[in-house]
Ligand binder design. Sequence first.
Ligand code: GDP
Length: 344
Amino acid sequence: MTEKESIQSKQLLSTRRRLLSVDDYVQGVMNGNRAIIAQAITIVESNLPKHMEMAQKVLKELIPYTGKSVRIGFTGVPGAGKSTLIESFGMMLCEQNHRVAVLAVDPSSSVSKGSILGDKTRMEHLSRHPHAYVRPSPSSGTLGGVTRKSRETLLICEAAGYDVIIVETVGVGQSEVTVQSMVDFFLVIMLTGAGDELQGMKKGVMEFADAIFINKADGENKQAAMNAKVEYNRLLHFIQPITEGWETKAFTVSALTGEGVAHIWKVIQKYKQVTSMNGFFGKRRKEQMIDWVHSMIEDQLKARFYGNPSMKKNITKMEGLLLNGHTSPTLAVQQLFNIYDENG
Ligand code: GDP
């Protein structure tokens, strides 16, 4: 930040409670002013109607400047080494003059009010690097709400000139599907040694991975990681790759020693080249945009239906009738919708 920018942002931020003008947000973001980027993301994450309205005005101005980054999803179970690997990968990219933003989608914050991704200071070096911006997960709301916020935050980071956006999530259920639906390339971090690595959820997540990186391939664990790589590659042959024209493969990496970290970027660059040539890169982004709109429609319909005070009463009443054997589930739903339509 230049001295002028610094004075400007201090003046602007001294009135923290007041919103800036649309133009101040837009210019600040476009100039890469970190304090204003943070402010803009704060209004995107806010649930206050006046913030939401402002956020949409700002986003509307910024949209033409978005879309130029590579969006990468990182997932893995807690302890897989996500933050260590993202830090190592991000630092490498910053040193190559890339600008890296790291966002998180943490579904646990909406359930437990705590966070699996952790309140501990993560990615200490990367978050201090002038080319990087690390933003924790929005701290409250449904997964749908967190998703909207993360998608819009991603757009703000792109308009601010970050050319690599990493979206991190924990390897638990729905949040992986969500992150996969907002990135170009989905990277799954695996561990070896657990013995059950090819089962259950892990197998499920392989179906939408663009690459698998087996982390902690160092020291005594190195050989086991190499064996796991062979095994994953064997299994991947039986899985239809999620991306047209791209073969999902497994690799080993060590976030600790750095071995294999440069290869992550090589794989992603290759992926970008292949999918840009066959048109899939743009196709996926268009589909994601359309899916985003539909998932917001679903969220809003749900919120309106359940949020309507007369529906709340009638749902309770209908549940009683259902449990007492006076109606069927289908009839109950039909009647509830009739009531909703009349009140709508
Ligand atoms: P996260 O919960 O997925 O973000 O995992 P962390 O990045 O916090 O890492 C969990 C633990 O694994 C920490 O103690 C790290 O130091 C360790 N770790 C991460 N990557 C590696 C690696 O490549 N090799 C080894 N040996 N340990 C690692």
